[in-house]
Design a protein around this ligand. Sequence first.
Ligand code: PMP
Length: 411
Amino acid sequence: MDNNNVWRKDFPILDQKVNDEDLVYLDNAATTQKPKDVMSKVANFYYSDYANVHRGVHTLAERSTEQFEAAREKVRKFINANSDKEVIFTKGATNSLNLVAQSYGEENIHEGDEIVISYMEHHSNLIPWQQLALRKKATLKYIELTDDGQLDMDDAQRKITDKTKIVSIAQSSNVLGVINPVKELAQIAHSHDAVMVVDGAQSVPNMPVDVTDLDCDFFAFSGHKMMAETGIGVLYGKQELLEQMPPVEFGGEMIEFVKKFDSSWNELPWKFEAGTPNIAGAISLGYAIDYLESVGLDNIQKNTQAIVDHVLPKLLDIDDLEVYGPKDPANHTGVISFNLKGLHPHDLATGLDMEGVAVRAGHHCAQPLMEYLGLSATARASFYLYNTISDADRLVEAIKATKEFFKNGTV
Ligand code: PMP
C-alpha cells in the first residue's frame, strides 16, 4: 500500500546501500534529509545572488536581502504569526529557547518565582530554565507523566499556580512520540498570568502549527528537522513581549544609533539578530517550507500515521522488546523508543546499522526523562515523509535479526 511514496525520489541520499543493504533512514527526529529542490535552490542562490544582507545598496545585496526577508515572510505565514516582527531567525531551537530564558527570563524571574516544565523535555528546554532558576533563586517544577508517557494534565493543573511565571513544554516529545496539549497549557498558564513557551522542534516538521490559535507567547523550532540546513532556526514571540525584552547579543545589525557610551536598538525582529545572519540557512528554510506546503502537512501526518498503525503492533509483538511511550498508535508523531532486553541500545543500533537501518541510541538529550523511566538509554526510530511501510517492515526484521545474532553470539 505504501510503495507509491511519491516524495522519496526527491531525496537522492536515500538511494544507497549501507553495509550491503538498501539504506532505511529512521533517524529523522535527530535531523531530516534534504530534498533535491531545496539543495539546488540554495546552490542557485550562491551561484547568482549571494551577498551580505541589509547593509548594501548594490544589486546583489538587494537581491540577497529580498530573499532573506522573503524567507521570514514564508515562516510567518507557515506558523500564522501576525507580523514579520514576531519571527526572529536564530541558530536553532536551542538558541531560541536560550534567548527567551536570557532575555525575558532574566528580566521577569525573581526570587521565589516558579518555572514549570515537564519530565519529557529535551535538555534544550530544560537547562536554560534550570540555570535561570539557579541564578534567580527561583523554583523549577516538573509536570509528571502518566503510565503511558503522556503529560499528566491533572498534575499540570496542580503545578501551575499564581507563583508560576513561565511554563515551557514541548509540543511533541523527541523520545515518546506524544503530542502535548499546549493550547490547553497556554490557557492554564495565562489564567495564572504566566507566559507559555512552546518547544516546537519536533512538531513543526510533522503537523500544522498555528501560533495565533495556540495563543502561546513564544515558540521555538529548528530548520534542520524540517529539511532545511543546520544552523538556522526560529523564535516566534508575541510582539508586545518582544518589544519590551532587552537584546542578549550586541554588535552589528541590531542597533539604531551607537554613541561612545550608550546605544539604542534596531526595531524588531533585527534587535535580536546581532551580526551577519545565516543567510543561506534562512533561505533554505523558506524553500523547505515551500516543499512542505507542496506536500501538505496533512499528507505527512497521514503517511506517518499509516506507518505507526502498521509498525507499532508489530514491535509490541516482538518478545523481549520493550517499547516506551503510548501503545496506542492514535495521535502518534512517529517517534518510537525501545530496548531489547539484555542488550545495550548502542549494540542494538549497531546491529540495525549492519542491516542498513539507521536509528539513534542514547539518552536523546533527555536525561531526566531517562531517570524518570528508570532507564539509562533507548534505541529510537523516527519516521518522516519519505519513509514507507516497507521501511517499517525492514526495522522489524532487523530487530529480529539482531536479537537472533546476539542470542547466538552469546550461547
Ligand atoms: N527540542 C526537541 C524536542 C528536540 O528534539 C531538539 C533536537 N533534538 C531540540 C529541542 C534542539 O534542537 P536543536 O539541536 O536543533 O537546537
